[in-house]
Design a protein around this ligand. Structure first.
Ligand SMILES: Nc1ncnc2c1ncn2[C@@H]1O[C@H](COP(=O)(O)OP(=O)(O)O)[C@@H](O)[C@H]1O
Ligand SMILES: [Mg+2]
Length: 218
């Protein structure tokens, strides 16, 4: 299965999601690889900090859009799951990530939603769908706080504006995400049980989607 984590905005949780999903998949026994396509190379830096002895998550980096397909095809032969950590702009790389993915996950933060950027994103996505009608896309609401009115209405607002389903699992704002990232780990490998539980729920929800869309042969 090839998962693209993408959104035109930076700081919405693309890298956090990429590494935490990868860690959960690795603990479940899947062979998993992250392809870091962002010039800031945050996933690669995370890989540099990851200690030996933890379940293997390979991270490779390519910022050359023309190299992406070759890298993904090559890695796909040796891995069950490839996660592409996307770019925060409407670049050629972004289109290539969409084209190379079976499943696109679009993390969005309630306070930081940018309709104009999102409309541009979906114009590009529609063009990609003309070539690849089978790519499935889902929103993920990150840093959700149910006490904030705006956050509670964000789900309805996304549903009204876009024809893209929203994942049932939301991620809350938790210090464990930043701490785990700095140490080359995922929240699954830390003591914050709530963070761990929401990431496991998200991983399982994605595996169910993979089964529904037949991205993984079970
Ligand atoms: N659910 C969360 N709770 C707390 N901090 C988060 C959460 N998701 C992301 N962050 C933090 O927000 C910042 C931006 O996240 P990041 O994954 O790097 O975004 P992107 O890759 O989209 O630019 C990072 O410092 C990260 O640790
Ligand atoms: Mg990033």
């Amino acid at each position: 299965m090839k998962i693209g984590i993408t959104n035109l905005k930076g700081g919405v949780g693309k890298t956090t999601l990429s590494i935490n999903l990868a860690v959960c998949f690795a603990h479940m026994g899947y062979k998993v690889c992250i392809v870091d396509t962002d010039t800031n190379q945050n996933s690669l830096q995370w890989y540099g900090a990851r200690e030996e002895g933890l379940p293997e998550v390979l991270v490779v980096g390519t910022t050359d859009p023309k190299a992406l397909n070759k890298a993904v095809d090559n890695l796909h032969g040796q891995h069950d799951i490839i996660i592409m950590d996307g770019t925060p702009n409407l670049s050629e790389m972004n289109t290539r990530v969409m084209m190379a993915s079976d499943l696109l996950i679009i993390p969005t933060r309630p306070g930081a939603h940018d309709f104009r950027a999102m409309n541009e994103f979906f114009t590009r996505f529609d063009q990609v769908k003309e070539l690849r009608s089978d790519v499935a896309a889902y929103f993920l609401i990150n840093e959700f706080d149910e006490r904030v009115n705006l956050h509670r209405t964000v789900r309805e607002s996304l549903q009204q504006h876009y024809d893209i389903p929203i994942l049932n699992t939301v991620l809350k704002s938790r210090t464990a995400y930043g701490e785990a990232s700095m140490m080359g780990t995922g929240v699954f490998e830390h003591s914050d049980n709530k963070a761990k539980a929401e990431m496991v729920a998200l991983t399982n929800e994605i595996l169910q989607l993979a089964e529904k869309h037949a991205f993984i042969q079970s």
